[in-house]
Write a protein that binds this ligand. Structure first.
Ligand code: MN
Length: 229
């Protein structure tokens, strides 16, 4: 078979202490998973059920990327998040361990055109313009589940040009990783290659051309993004 044209190569992520790389399939993002961030956005956490949006793998980049300030916005925001990388199909059968499907964890940035997200939200329209932008998801390397003692009380933080902007703790997540896997499995057959961004703590804010953004979770590889001047 000959393709009429080639698409850009699929994004893959390094796995710590491994020669293998992780091919990124689908990217699910959890909204409002930290009460303090929901509050700063003028919302309340929905304790009934988590909610989601998706971001295209084709719009994601690896940590270390240097990208232009995006078009169509004048309020481009950082959000640092723990992400879960699945290496297997999630088994929700009674007695099964949902975390068996987790290959590992990493630190990611859910970059957001906040002005567009809020404008569309007010009109009760989808968030795609605000969230699924080119180079808008930044993913660090993956640490295997066996090599990391979390998520359990680790700090999550983000600096812009060395200044601390976000500081939170994974224990403040409203929905835990197993709860998210179980709930999301009611709507998707979660599988190897899926990434779940678990939401951001408080302190989101705007970045500008030339900024260097660094995010971290204790025990995981940092994620960095540079905006071209
Ligand atoms: Mn987010």
């Amino acid at each position: 078979m000959t393709l009429v044209f080639d698409l850009p190569e699929q994004l893959t992520l390094p796995i710590q202490s491994s020669d293998h790389r992780f091919p990124v399939g689908r990217i699910f993002c959890v909204g409002r998973n930290y009460a303090a961030h929901a509050e700063e956005m003028g919302n309340e956490v929905d304790r009934e059920a988590p909610f989601y949006f998706t971001k295209s793998a084709a719009n994601a980049v690896q940590s270390g990327a240097e990208v232009p300030y995006p078009q169509g916005t004048s309020d481009f925001h950082h959000e640092v998040e723990l992400f879960v990388a699945l290496g297997n199909t999630v088994d929700c059968a009674e007695g099964a361990d949902l975390l068996d499907a987790v290959l590992g964890y990493g630190c990611g940035l859910d970059m957001t055109r906040r002005d567009l997200q809020i404008r569309e939200r007010r009109k009760q329209r989808p968030w795609d313009l605000g969230k699924d932008l080119e180079n808008g998801t930044v993913l660090g390397s993956i640490t295997t589940r066996q090599d990391w003692a979390g998520p359990k009380g680790q700090s999550v933080w983000l600096d812009v040009n060395g200044q601390r902007r976000q500081a939170g703790n994974l224990e403040d997540m409203v929905w835990s990783v197993p709860e998210l896997l179980r709930h999301l499995s009611e709507f998707y057959h979660l599988r190897a290659g899926d990434i779940i961004m678990t939401g951001t703590p408080a302190g989101v804010g705007a970045v500008k051309p030339g900024d260097v953004i660094t995010g971290g979770v204790t025990g995981l590889s940092e994620v960095t993004l540079t905006l071209k001047p």
